[in-house]
Design a protein around this ligand. Structure first.
Ligand code: SF4
Length: 468
């Protein structure tokens, strides 16, 4: 079934260009650059204790940082592991972190969502996957219908591993595709073939993985509209449940390995916008619903339904269906959102080990939410996930008069109204179908920290990626 609103079918390139500016993806509010390194393991323990006193279920994210080699465009936290003992040592510390966390939770907590991300989680051998799985089962009470996902790299994930993961209880797969064109795959140092992607996808379906996500990336070197169009056309024929279409962020000053990319081969300006606009049009034409700026889902998928039933949530993994707002992050660089605070582990392997040796925890920065943070976070989540800002709901929840509370912020919304991205409907602001592509820009209006973070006098390079 195609979405009925004609506006879904056209995102004027002029608007993409106009709203393309550095801005947060709002996988948290306040955003990571606001967090402080003064946040200590003792602070983290307080938030865990606060959560432990509740009856809420939990989500868990586990980071496996290893890859065989680094793709030149990669923006993830990755460790290139040549030796098995590197992996074994990491698992030993990860197990210590799991046990330490469980000891603070008092009893086995009800787990509704688990995600293994990376790196390449299937870098682990089957015996190591089993060990990690059992440690997590010792620490948490898995719901029989928990959503259990893993990122798989079609180049290295074997059929045996996929079968084994399914037997264990994994039911969701996320696959990096980026672009199927061989020239682009060569230019990004990945070399993933169409046959590898198709084989992993088809086996995943045969095995009964119920939610399969594919990631596409636009703005990569040597990418042309015709080739990208062919890639998207092939992908929609496979019919994954969800697609994410990310903009390639070329930040060689942060990720020096990106210097291997020939900048002259990067599509820029109108060419880059056109790649994105074409993909949006193809996906919508194929029946996918846009979820925010860069996610798309089939109408029968939980993610698309979450837009209407209010269960859509946004966290460090992007859009999810909200089974639990509290998330524990485990492993190097992982991020948790638990008991009213955010906490991030050390991003370097050496730092991760040292901190666990010294304090039992790997936390190196975080943030305790203030009341204003909580109010603004709800407003931003409302815009990003429910595509509306419901003032009556905020008033009820926080005992405020939200239209007065946000008086100053609301005065900056005229441009969105005149561009047809936002409408007033009773006691709510509603993001229009066209506006769904620009929710990051709209949400930025309500971010109290942003004016300080984007002050170019103090920050020479943009902190955030561009919104397109
Ligand atoms: S496989 Fe993924 S995580 Fe690993 S280097 Fe390539 S892009 Fe980065």
């Amino acid at each position: 079934m195609k979405p009925a609103t004609p506006q879904y079918f056209a995102v004027p390139t002029g608007l993409l260009r106009k709203y393309d500016r550095p801005g947060p993806r709002y996988t948290s509010y306040p955003t990571v650059p606001v967090w402080t390194e003064n946040f200590t393991p003792a602070d983290y323990e307080k938030h865990l204790a606060c959560y432990a006193a509740s009856d809420r279920p939990v989500s868990v994210y586990v980071h496996i940082p290893f890859c065989e080699e680094r793709c030149t465009y990669c923006g993830c936290n990755v460790v290139i592991a040549q030796r098995q003992d590197t992996v074994e040592r990491y698992l030993e510390y990860l197990f210590r972190e799991i046990a330490q966390t469980a000891s603070r939770l008092g009893r086995k907590r009800h787990l509704l969502q688990l995600h293994w991300g990376g790196g390449t989680p299937t870098f682990l051998k089957i015996s190591q996957i089993d060990l990690l799985w059992n440690k997590l089962h010792d620490a948490f009470e898995f719901d029989p219908v928990a959503e259990i996902g893993i990122e798989v790299d079609p180049r290295v994930t074997t059929p045996e591993q996929l079968r084994h993961l399914r037997q264990l209880g994994f039911n969701r797969l996320s696959m990096g595709v980026q672009d199927l064109t061989p020239e682009v795959q060569t230019a990004i140092g990945r070399g993933q073939t169409v046959a590898q992607t198709e084989a992993t996808y088809k086996l995943g379906r045969e095995l009964g993985f119920s939610g399969i996500n594919m990631d596409l990336v636009f703005g990569l070197p040597r990418q042309t509209i015709d080739d990208f169009r062919r890639s998207v056309a092939q992908v929609v024929k496979w019919r994954p449940d969800r697609l994410a279409v990310y903009s390639y962020a070329h930040v060689p000053w942060v990720k020096p390995h990106q210097m291997q990319i020939n900048e002259a081969e990067l599509p820029a300006g109108p060419d880059k916008f056109a790649l994105f606009a074409t993909a949006i049009e193809q996906l919508i034409d194929a029946g996918y619903m846009p979820i925010g700026m860069d996610h798309f889902a089939l109408p029968e998928d939980e993610l698309a339904q979450g837009l209407d039933n209010g269960h859509l949530h946004r966290n460090f993994m992007g859009y999810t269906v909200s089974h639990s707002r509290d998330m524990i992050g485990l492993g190097v660089s992982s991020i948790g959102d638990i008991g009213g605070g955010f906490a991030q582990n050390d991003s370097r392997l050496g730092g991760y080990y040292r901190r666990i040796d010294e304090t039992g925890w790997a936390v190196y920065r975080g943030w305790t939410l203030t009341r204003d943070d909580e109010i603004r976070r709800e407003a931003i989540l409302g815009i990003m996930c429910r595509m509306r800002l419901d003032f009556a709901e905020l008033d009820r929840r926080f005992g405020i008069d939200s239209e007065s509370y946000f008086h100053e912020d609301l005065s900056h919304l005229d441009e969105f109204h005149s561009d047809g991205l936002l409408e007033k409907a009773g006691h709510s602001l509603v993001v229009t179908p066209l506006g769904r592509h620009f929710v990051r820009n709209i949400a930025m209006t309500f971010d109290a920290y942003l004016p300080h973070l984007t002050d170019t006098a103090t920050t020479k390079k943009p902190i955030f990626s561009r919104t397109v």
